[in-house]
Write a protein that binds this ligand. Structure first.
Ligand code: ATP
Ligand code: MG
Length: 255
């Protein structure tokens, strides 16, 4: 993993060009008809960090993540991963893994077969399938059809798929949704060690207490606009809890 993406190696030192931020979102706007879902959003993520992406229902989190992953076109501005639009990455599965709101699983396929198909398509060795099944705790039900999986099992399968290519960036939309307490604990520990190893995580969540235990920074959006970009340390320095800041800065959904 690129733990030195933020080194001081400018073009003048040994010819190494300074790395781009892992994620760079610049003046991103996404409209659906006249409705503005994401409004002039700008942020950047550094390697080796976990960033919580917070905001009320309908704030524009999933829309932002979808644009970042090339699943929706920006109306204006841009969203780059490793310096490029996602669609232009040569081996996207090896750079960015994602779990979005709706996981698309073939219901009749087993969990293992689902991962095998993805691995084949991304040129990832089949041996990695059993590694990720083990990592997310899905070895026992791996041979069962996905339609028989519980919510938490589906969530684990989504995570396994995101991890297949040993990516450097993880983009997760409510990843703890449906996970049992042991699963949530595993996820928190996993994300921390992933970032400590140089990986980068962007995680949309409503679970503020969980976020406060896991992330380095938070981005808070409301009505598609960025209302805070801060570290938990800065908040603590101001004597604010994450919940205080969140409730102060956001309006109630659908108000
Ligand atoms: N394809 C679409 N067409 C029209 N409106 C859309 C579409 N996708 C999203 N929206 C609208 O954009 C806004 C932002 O939605 P988005 O799903 O990004 O919110 P969110 O922050 O992820 O919310 P939640 O916390 O509920 O997941 C919402 O008002 C939603 O209705
Ligand atoms: Mg969402």
């Amino acid at each position: 993993m690129s733990s030195h993406a933020y080194g001081n190696n400018g073009p003048s030192s040994r010819g190494v060009v300074t790395a781009e931020p892992v994620v760079a979102v610049t003046s991103l706007t996404k409209r659906f008809g006249a409705f503005v879902a994401v409004d002039d959003l700008t942020f950047a993520l550094e390697a080796g960090t976990v960033t919580g992406f917070l905001g009320p229902n309908g704030a524009g989190k999933t829309t932002t993540l979808r644009v970042l992953l090339g699943l929706a076109e920006p109306t204006a501005g841009r969203a780059l991963v490793f310096g490029r639009p996602y669609q232009e990455l040569e081996q996207p599965a090896r750079l960015a893994g994602a779990v979005l709101e709706s996981n698309d699983f073939h219901p009749g396929r087993s969990g293992r077969d689902h991962l095998r198909v993805l691995a084949l398509a991304a040129d990832i060795p089949p041996s990695r399938v059993d590694e990720v099944l083990d990592l997310v705790g899905l070895v026992a039900p791996a041979a069962r059809q996905v339609k028989t999986y519980s919510l938490g099992m589906r969530q684990r399968l989504g995570l396994a798929a995101a991890l297949l290519g040993e990516p450097e960036l993880l983009v997760l939309d409510e990843p703890a949704n449906g996970l049992d307490p042991a699963g949530v604990h595993w996820l928190r520990t996993f994300l921390r060690s992933f970032a400590d190893g140089g990986g980068t995580v962007l995680v949309a969540s409503h679970a503020l207490a969980e976020v406060a235990q896991t992330v380095d920074r938070v981005l808070i959006i409301d009505g598609g606009r960025l209302v805070a970009s801060t570290s938990l340390e800065e908040l603590a320095g101001r004597g604010q809890t994450l919940e205080d800041a969140y409730l102060q800065l956001t309006t109630e959904a659908a108000s």
